[in-house]
Design a protein around this ligand. Sequence first.
Ligand code: NAD
Length: 358
Amino acid sequence: MSNKLAILPGDGIGIEIVAEAVKVLNHLKANGLDIEMTEAPVGGAGYDAAGKPLPDETLALVKQSDAVLLGAVGGPQYEELPRELRPERGLLGLRSELGLFANLRPAILYPQLAEASSLKADVVAGLDIMIVRELTGGIYFGQPRGIRDKDNGEREGFNTLVYSESEVDRIARVAFDIAMKRGRRLCSVDKANVLEVSELWREVVTRAGSDYPEVELSHMYVDNAAMQLVKWPKQFDVMVTKNMFGDILSDAAAMLTGSIGMLPSASLDADGKGMYEPIHGSAPDIAGQGVANPLATILSVAMMLRYTFDRASMADAIEAAVGRVLDRGLRTPDIMAEGCEQVGTVEMGEAVLTELAA
Ligand code: NAD
């Protein structure tokens, strides 16, 4: 039975960059990848087509798919809509409907782009970290929450940071499994010196680790992790952490690379079904101009092959092709550097295809 893939380009540059990723998928399909692709609207495009950001037909499609490739959603023309109709609601709906609890955010810096980082080239060149963030629990979802009146007349805001053992165990196992496919080092980030939730987190992660004797497990407080990420990021292989810490650390790690158009991401459910997307948004400022960098989306396809379809050699081939394109000096404007040749979205996609076919 062929693998089912839902293609959701979304809005803005999403349409342009997903088109290039689909060319890569078609090439792989012609070379042995058993895959069936169906396209559907989401975000603003969903609202335009069916009056809501996550149309029923799109939801039905993603539910019966093995993986989802998403471009990006959002645009200024949708900003005045009521909150529940805004494009971003389509994304949140996808995450919760699909039970995507594990967010994988690699921070990879191709050596050819080391100058794009705000850190010294030797600190970041060749950086390759995977941050595994718990996505559906913790303080963003914990109850009770709200803003209430106090007896003295002022108001107070409150949220609840809560994690059950099973929630910690399942995200820990995702991270251990990924570490097994990489450098076999896992750093669990917490705040166990202050928070009881973190005390339990550390205990459960350590316990799960006994099933992964080949993975070297370490623990780090989140404040130290933030410092170490900017001091010597290459010390990390895989990091695992709760929702809020992961939100912050993964953005910091992404920015170490200095190139938002290069970074893919994945969100997985309990069975390895995943949604794959670039970390950037719909970039309305450059949409329709043919200059968006499609590499983050093409690298999202590589993640999909590795984590959902178990085709690591195809994933390696895509990543190597991207490396060779950069070696040839081809750059979209966002990663342009002296002495390189500037190309547009389509030329960049074609160049990856050429290298892949070579
Ligand atoms: P953005 O990521 O879209 O753009 C930030 C900057 O990076 C812009 O200058 C843009 O031109 C540039 N950029 C982004 N991707 C690029 C690429 N592939 N190639 C070249 N340059 C690129 O963030 P924003 O401007 O804050 O948001 C724009 C819209 O996207 C908003 O509607 C926002 O809600 C939405 N958004 C969507 C997602 C998503 O779909 N996952 C994520 C973030 C923002």
